[in-house]
Design a protein around this ligand. Structure first.
Ligand SMILES: Cc1cc2nc3c(=O)[nH]c(=O)nc-3n(C[C@H](O)[C@H](O)[C@H](O)COP(=O)(O)OP(=O)(O)OC[C@H]3O[C@@H](n4cnc5c(N)ncnc54)[C@H](O)[C@@H]3O)c2cc1C
Length: 556
């Protein structure tokens, strides 16, 4: 089923030439010098063995075919069996199950919590970055399992029953009670019809069964307009108690083996992310356990969102990296006008510009991952940096991904637009990370919240940037300008995007100046800090060393 026919017939009308062929047989960790360097520098070089194993899958034609099939053959929902009993069944193509098995079996969801050594979040970020070069739909359940752990720990009984199962490097899709499962997945059901960004508008009601309180049993009634991975074993959800929005744990199966009253209404027909099911659900007197105090639900949701936002900053960087690798492969194996496409001066300008963007996205994502590690180890300075860099990197990497992937698709010419090729899938996936866990404006308003409620985040940010001072006058001036921008408290809400973009760009420039080759750092500073105000990829100045920039990003 999976090994597609590779022997070809002789054609009678023409010889097939000048097609670039698939990018296979590569290892996206072993052959990505930027990723290897970055992961080691940010404290997780020890993940290499796992990363190498997973890195092979991205270049393996069998896994590439599975990713394609899992997205072509979308999940199907059956509400009732043929006798009329409600079953709420979501069925997936076998390729999806194989991908889930690979991702969960590789610890893409769990390594941060299982490794128990410095750099654990960064190491997991490396796996997630690689995963996003294999298949993106499965990145949803892995990301939710990763970020759910702190919430599961709020209730000792849930922790002892569930944490080990969620963190098992195993995938077990059977709909059975948790005690019988080898591994468990967790979904999140927050968004309702009347509001997703404004979670306080949630209307689902929660009634305590007896007394209530943390760890107490409640019954939920209401709906969720978006609930991805609805076949998960349990969900973190929000519902209103008398004290306001509160966070609940909703298992799919009850301890006696019966199903909880968790009703899938239908699956969403989505623009992308098609291998992953996203549903609308209803609660109707549904069993739930309160996590934390009543009225603290939004706070708990925001804490989870901090980790999912890191995952999206990393994931978008990974998605961009795969789009770039495909593009570099295609343009080096296609000739136009008697020349290799990648060597045409204007194409080289486009490719080099894409390389800068991809490396910058990678560096900012992994710098954030290290801040998360150091904050978890108790560093206050890292906590402040993490607080501000999380929304900055989430906003900017997710915002850049769609334009980046569109440019990569265009580099493939007509082939880029054809569904058998990988580019259309990446193109339809690219905008998603910018929406869930906070769409762009909401994320920029979170940057402001960090600046206003924790003004020390500014000092942490400037301290990090100052490490790059003295190497490039243009960067020094940009850091000065940012300092002025951040000290201006007028109309901040109106300026939130501008402020966020400025922090992101200066941070990326600082990281490249410190850690990349001079050609890359120089071209980034010249184009992003000084260049055209309204630019498109491919507008680097004539004195940039394009060949060196492209060579650095090629899988080697
Ligand atoms: C494929 C997919 C899967 C999803 N899966 C899940 C899931 O599993 N669980 C879940 O809970 N949710 C899920 N979501 C929902 C997602 O998290 C929400 O769509 C998102 O949070 C935005 O909420 P909304 O759709 O209600 O838009 P709205 O809140 O109406 O926002 C619309 C726009 O307004 C902007 N905006 C909001 N407030 C402001 C403001 N104060 N100032 C300026 N602009 C503002 C936003 O940035 C956004 O661009 C999923 C969404 C998608 C597309």
């Amino acid at each position: 089923m999976l090994a597609r026919e590779t022997r070809t017939y002789p054609t009678t009308t023409h010889e097939v030439t000048n097609q670039s062929g698939a990018l296979t047989g590569v290892n996206v960790f072993a052959q990505d010098a930027i990723l290897r360097e970055t992961v080691a520098r940010e404290g997780a070089g020890w993940v290499a063995e796992r990363a190498l194993r997973l890195g092979d899958a991205a270049g393996d034609p069998i896994w590439q075919e599975r990713a394609h099939l899992a997205n072509q053959n979308e999940p199907r929902f059956t509400s009732h069996d043929r006798f009329g009993h409600r079953i709420d069944l979501v069925e997936f193509h076998p390729s999806y199950h194989a991908l889930m098995e690979l991702a969960f079996g590789s610890g893409v969801h769990s390594l941060a919590w299982n490794a128990n050594r410095p750099g654990a979040h960064t190491a997991r970020a490396a796996l997630s970055y690689i995963w996003n070069q294999i298949e993106n739909g499965v990145g949803c359940p892995t990301g939710m399992a990763y970020s759910a752990i702190p919430s599961l720990r709020l209730v000792p009984e849930i922790r002892s029953l569930w944490e080990g199962k969620v963190l098992a490097d195993a995938y077990d899709p059977r709909p059975v009670p948790i005690a019988e499962k080898a591994g468990a997945t967790i979904g999140m059901a927050l968004t309702e019809k009347q509001g997703g960004s404004d979670l306080r508008a949630n209307a689902t009601r929660a009634v305590p069964v007896s007394g209530g309180g943390p760890g107490g049993e409640y019954r939920l009634t209401g709906h969720k307009w978006f609930c991805s991975a609805p076949m998960s074993d349990a969900f973190l959800t929000l519902a209103q108690t008398e004290k306001g929005p509160s966070c609940f744990f909703v298992p799919r199966s009850l301890p006696d083996g019966t199903r909880n009253r968790f009703f899938i209404q239908r699956l969403k027909d989505k623009c992308g992310n098609r291998s992953n099911a996203s549903s609308e659900i209803e609660y109707d007197d549904t069993y739930a356990v309160l996590l934390g105090e009543e009225g603290r639900g939004v706070r708990i949701a925001i804490e989870m969102a901090h980790l999912t936002r890191l995952d999206f900053a990393v994931g978008s960087a990974g998605l961009m990296r795969w789009a770039l690798s495909l593009t570099l492969h295609h343009t080096h194996n296609r000739r136009v006008f008697q020349r290799v496409l990648a060597e045409q001066p204007l194409m080289r300008n486009v490719l080099a510009d894409l390389c800068l963007e991809s490396e910058a996205a990678t560096l900012i994502a992994f710098r954030l991952a290290r801040a998360v590690d150091e904050a978890a180890a108790g560093s206050e300075e890292a906590r402040l940096l993490e607080r501000i860099l999380t929304p900055v990197a989430k906003f900017w990497n997710c915002k850049r991904a769609p334009a980046f992937v569109a440019e990569c698709l265009e580099c493939h010419g007509g082939n880029g637009f054809i569904e058998e090729q990988p580019m259309p899938r990446l193109y339809r996936e690219a905008p998603l990370n910018g929406i869930w866990e906070g769409a762009g404006n909401v994320i920029c308003l979170d940057v402001l919240r960090a600046l206003q409620r924790e003004p020390d985040t500014v000092a942490a940010l400037l301290a990090e940037l100052s490490l790059a001072r003295g190497a490039d006058r243009r960067l020094d001036l940009a850091i000065d300008a940012l300092e002025v921008e951040l000290s201006d408290t007028r109309d901040q809400e109106h300026r939130a995007r501008q402020i966020t973009i400025q922090i992101a760009t200066v941070m990326e420039a600082a990281l490249l100046v410190r850690h990349s080759i001079p050609a890359t750092a120089d071209a980034f500073v010249a184009s992003r800090l000084e260049g055209l105000p309204n630019r498109a990829f491919g507008s680097l100045a004539r004195d940039c060393d394009l060949a060196a920039i492209v060579a650095r990003s090629r899988l080697s």
